[in-house]
Design a protein around this ligand. Structure first.
Ligand code: ATP
Length: 344
């Protein structure tokens, strides 16, 4: 049985529809993520799961219990849901131990003490009990916010852009750390973010939202290598979409020659776009297919090249920084012999 189930959930603000018919399931102990650009509806969905928004259509269940329908919204405090926000929202006048025990203050003193110690250990901040929030770094405060949300052992943890106020370098390591903690506690969680690296570092499954619609649900690997449509293909990772003419059940003709393709979920016509990732393009001065180097960006071990094909289409390619090609130069390109995703 799925822990969290959303069926045909729709949310409207007056005449504006923020979320359209979303179906979503999160299994017990899984970490899921809603990923999408600003305004795609991810916060609205999270708020609906938390009980802060009323559904226009559909229903939400947690642990087999229906918690939201258009006619009934179970109060947030009765949902057994923990929440972590971007801005920590720790109580500034309470010390760390009192912040953590806030949600379990009805339990016995002994039980509270035990849980506080256990959680401080879990978030790797033992010895911080008597400090105050302003004495902690941003990353430490976020770990305490997590400990506070976990204290009552929620059935579901919601995280709203939890790392976006941190430095870019810190975000990924914090996301990995939080993932470890949630896995140790066996917590079911749903994260929302616009940052795919954060999503990849933390989630088992990711749903890509665009303009209120769930475009695809899958692992990071599936989203990267088997995107269902052009939006997912261009939103996740870097790559180029080049035009192709579908020839038969396995081949598509492109300016880069005939390529094998991966069957898309729905192919509506013979014109399609083929997704090519930069690492699948090899620069080989001897290769017959030629492209012009328009620009290049140093990436440490590699350069990312922007190439232009003879039909003006652009293609991204990675090449070793030990063998740099010059802007304006014509270069030969070869594609890795594999099947490429087709989208339309
Ligand atoms: N209270 C509201 N009243 C009217 N429209 C709203 C309200 N809240 C959100 N919206 C609209 O609903 C859509 C989705 O907003 P939402 O905040 O869920 O997006 P988001 O993906 O979380 O974006 P961001 O990452 O910028 O926070 C947007 O078009 C927004 O303008």
């Amino acid at each position: 049985m799925s822990q969290l189930v959303l069926e045909q959930v729709e949310l409207r603000y007056g005449k504006t529809t923020a979320v359209y018919a979303v179906d979503l399931f999160v299994e017990q102990g899984q970490i899921a993520c809603l990923l999408g650009p600003s305004g795609c509806g991810k916060t609205t969905l999270l708020r609906a799961i938390a009980g802060f928004e009323h559904l226009s259509q559909g229903q939400i269940s947690l642990n087999g219990q229906v918690i939201s329908t258009p006619h009934n919204t179970l109060a947030t405090e009765q949902r057994k849901i923990g929440m972590v926000f971007q801005d920590y929202a720790l109580f500034p006048h309470l010390n760390i131990a009192d912040n953590i025990r806030f949600g379990i203050r009805k339990q016995s003193n002994k039980a509270q003490q035990h849980r506080v110690n256990e959680l401080l250990e879990l978030v790797s901040l033992p010895g911080y009990a008597k400090r105050y929030p302003h004495e902690l770094s941003g990353g430490q405060q976020q770990r305490i916010a997590l400990a506070r949300a976990l204290a009552p052992k929620p059935a579901l943890l919601l995280l709203d852009e939890p790392f976006s106020s941190q430095d870019t370098e810190l975000r990924e390591s914090l996301a990995r750390e939080v993932r470890e903690i949630l896995k140790q506690e066996g917590i079911t969680a749903l994260l929302v973010t616009h940052d795919q690296h954060e999503a990849f570092a933390m989630a088992d499954e990711i749903g890509v939202l665009q303009a209120g619609r769930l475009q695809q649900w899958g692992s990071a690997y599936e989203l990267y290598y088997q995107p269902h449509n052009a939006f997912v293909a261009s939103f996740i990772g870097q790559g180029s979409l080049i035009t192709g003419q579908v020839l038969d059940a396995t081949k598509v003709a492109t300016r880069l020659g005939q390529l094998e393709y991966l069957a898309p979920t729905s192919l509506t016509n013979h014109q399609a776009l083929v997704l090519i990732r930069p690492e699948q393009v090899k620069l080989n001065p001897q290769a017959a297919i030629r492209a012009a180097i328009k620009s290049k960006v140093f990436r440490g071990n590699e350069y990312l090249y922007h190439l232009q094909l003879s039909n003006q289409e652009t293609l991204l390619a990675l090449g070793s920084s030990q063998q740099a090609f010059v802007i304006g130069e014509q270069i030969g390109i070869e594609l890795a012999p594999q099947a490429y995703p087709l989208v339309n």
